[in-house]
Design a protein around this ligand. Structure first.
Ligand code: A3P
Length: 303
């Protein structure tokens, strides 16, 4: 089956999830040809749920010990997506040729569609998700900004909302994306760490430590005393990253065909911005959908 997606393009249903042809081709390529190493760590997410932030944090955490403290400086000159490549964009062109300086990768692919090699390997996955209303608003702005940059009128927010509520988005339905990783994290807690944007915002320090522990590079007492955790939080904060020259004026190549302005990945970085864009009725409708879909799973997303 196919439907019209957020940018007026066709989305195709594949193994229960919707994909624009661009993503589907790349998914096929990685499903077939990608083989992780057991030390790989994947940042997994549905688009617009905090991928950029989590990439920055994991990169800063991972590289701090290797490059004796000066590491986070890479984040000063490279945008987080250029520090942690996407399996489903950057590597999809040549999935067997991995050219990684550090074993950090990311993906938007739903858990059930990941290459079998990732599921069976000892590699680790860190999943981030977010309140559906904020994720939707962020997604709509992302598409609308890209469309306007091409002088194309974006799909009205109300129409895009209708699609989202029907599960139609790249890598959607959103709730099934979340549920796939949630259930897998319960089954394989040592392999999959399940996080939410809201909880990370509320106690970033605890999450930075948790991330480091999960990634196998816990902070030493000495590092904690030297304020390493706080330095990483500051370096990866929305304020810091969004004001860097590279993120204000640079572009990143998620795929050779689409250079994307880095600034598009830094909009507001807040919890609850949905209320400025959706009516209370729209908010209640999406909450209700999420509640029904997540019922019985043991997962309750913070709002
Ligand atoms: P908003 O559009 O609500 O502002 P992704 O990285 O998955 O594409 O998600 C993008 C969302 O994360 C955007 O949300 C963006 O502003 C926010 N974001 C980007 N960098 C961030 C950071 N360092 N800290 C917190 N939020 C960040």
């Amino acid at each position: 089956p196919k439907v019209k997606g957020l940018r007026g393009d066709d989305y195709y249903l594949y193994q229960g999830f919707w994909y624009a042809p661009f993503f589907l081709e790349r998914l096929m390529s990685v499903q077939e040809h990608f083989h992780p190493q057991s030390t790989d760590i994947f940042v997994a997410s549905f688009p617009k749920t905090g991928t950029t932030w989590l990439k920055a944090l994991t990169f800063a955490i991972f590289t701090r010990s290797r490059l004796s403290g000066s590491t986070t400086s890479s984040l000063l000159s490279k945008m987080p997506h250029d520090c942690v490549p996407f399996l489903n964009y950057n590597l999809a062109q040549n999935p067997s040729n991995r050219d990684l300086t550090i074993p950090l990768l990311s993906t938007h692919v739903p858990y059930s569609c990941l290459p079998k090699s990732i599921i069976s390997s000892c590699c680790k996955i860190i999943y981030i998700c977010r309140d559906a209303k904020d994720a939707f608003v962020s997604l709509w702005y992302f598409h609308a900004t890209l469309q306007r940059s091409k002088n194309v009128e974006p799909l009205p927010l109300e129409e895009a909302f209708e699609l989202f509520c029907n599960g139609i988005a790249n890598f959607g339905p959103y709730w099934n994306h979340v549920l796939g990783y949630w259930r897998a994290s319960l089954e394989f807690p040592e392999k999959i760490l399940f996080l939410t944007y809201e909880e990370m915002k509320k106690d970033t320090a605890a999450h930075v430590k948790k991330l480091a522990e999960f990634m196998g590079c816990s902070f030493t007492l000495e590092e904690e005393e030297e304020g390493e955790v706080q330095k990483i939080i500051g370096m990866c904060s929305f304020e810091k990253l969004s004001n860097l020259e590279v993120n204000k004026n640079g572009k990143c190549l998620l795929d050779i065909s689409i250079p994307i302005p880095n600034s598009i990945f830094f909009r507001k970085g807040e919890i609850g911005d949905w209320a400025n864009h959706l009516t209370p009725e729209m908010g209640a409708r999406l909450d209700d959908i999420m509640e029904r879909k997540l019922k019985g799973s043991g997962l309750k997303l913070p709002r």
